[in-house]
Design a protein around this ligand. Structure first.
Ligand SMILES: [Zn+2]
Length: 375
């Protein structure tokens, strides 16, 4: 029991694309004094014991007793400073996951937080909350900004659950985000997650056909991809080396018939979708008008698109490396699955615009601090 088992369970979930897409998710183990949580910037699939940050739980507990500024930016900065101060000595080079508070307040040895597509087919659907209440003994947390705000909402919900049921909640489902599962053994974590996915899977009425379709003229795809990369390079002013991926399958073809058909993938389901694929995919009616559509998108959103769908053709993802282009496509394909799965639960429910803006700003901030740290 402990760090070794935590490493093993982290790798198990990190390498399963049913649970984790690209780099999302985090895990922890705690005893009375210390919490070991995944450091930000590490990937669950390949994590080893050095990928966890050892935190002093008595210092983390102090955060709840403090009064922070009501202004979101000031508050998050102050909380972050207190979180950093709760790292044990020798851990100064690592940064704990932003969800560290939430891990700490769950009174079980192990906590595994993931973003499974099946779970998100409930957390991102119109009838999500009602269905969760009907199917699971779980806490439902409405869509909320990450960080201190989220951990405070979860703390209140956990206290309420305990007062009502005289025991502690093991499952927390976060609207437009994912799941937290807590237990004292790894076997229990796996049993609970397995059961959650099975129960949802049984209720899925239609599944997407994602069989690759390579029938389209490859020259047209290549030329369009290059044209998009040229636009992306110009937008990135520093002159990066843009890469693209192209996807086309029966489900994508259904979605790119016209703008109305594209609606179920036209916005962001979860923060992960924003982080890896951007919040606003661009739908282009005519491949010949791509340049104008690109500029209009930048004028409207302030950012170049990372996903470009072309009517009747398919979908391009763009990135500054092959990996980022690939990750963007993976998350877009996840949106395609969610578009179909949510049909079984009343249709899609995207993140609200203010929550999307918060993540976009958060991302920009995160990026700046990462660059500053690397300098
Ligand atoms: Zn998460």
């Amino acid at each position: 029991m402990g760090l070794q088992e935590l490493t093993a369970v982290s790798r198990f979930y990190g390498s399963s694309d049913e649970y984790v897409i690209a780099g999302g998710g985090n895990t922890s183990f705690k005893d009375r004094e210390y919490l070991y949580i995944k450091a930000s910037g590490t990937s669950l699939a390949t994590i080893d014991e050095s990928g966890f940050v050892k935190m002093d739980r008595s210092k983390l507990a102090l955060i709840w007793k403090k009064n922070y500024s009501p202004k979101s930016e000031e508050r998050e900065t102050a909380v972050l400073a207190d979180m950093m101060a709760a790292r044990c000595s020798g851990e100064e080079r690592k940064r704990p996951s932003v969800e560290v508070q939430l891990h700490d307040i769950l009174p079980f040895a192990y906590v595994v937080h993931t973003h499974p597509t099946l779970v998100n087919s409930l957390t991102c659907s119109q009838r999500g909350e009602g269905t969760v209440r009907e199917l699971f003994d779980a806490i439902w947390i409405p869509s909320i900004n990450p960080g201190y705000t989220l951990s405070l909402a979860v703390k209140k919900a956990l206290d309420l659950y305990r007062a009502e049921k005289n025991r502690d909640a093991r499952i927390i489902l976060l609207q437009n985000h994912g799941a937290f599962v807590a237990a004292d053994t790894i076997d229990e974590i796996k049993a609970v997650y397995g059961q959650i996915l099975n129960v949802i899977d049984e209720r899925i009425k239609r599944r997407p056909d994602l069989t690759r379709d390579d029938t389209e003229a490859p020259a047209q795809v290549r030329d369009l991809g290059r044209a998009l990369c040229k636009l992306a390079d110009t937008a990135a002013s520093g002159g990066t080396d843009c890469c693209f991926e192209f996807s086309r399958n029966p489900e994508i073809l259904r979605l790119v018939q016209d703008k109305a058909a594209f609606y179920p993938v036209s916005s962001a389901y979860t923060p992960d979708h924003i982080v890896y694929a951007g919040s606003d995919p661009l739908f282009v009616e005519d491949a010949l008008l791509i340049e104008g559509a690109w500029q209009a998108h930048i004028d409207k959103t302030g950012r170049p698109p990372r996903i470009v769908a072309v009517k009747g053709l398919g979908v391009f993802s763009l990135g500054a490396s092959e990996k980022t282009a690939h990750d963007a496509m993976e998350l877009f394909l996840d949106s395609v699955k969610l578009a179909v799965y949510t049909e079984s639960f009343g249709g899609p429910c995207f993140m609200e615009r203010d929550k999307i803006d918060f993540i976009n700003n958060w991302e920009a901030e995160h990026y700046r601090s990462k660059i500053a740290a690397e300098k």
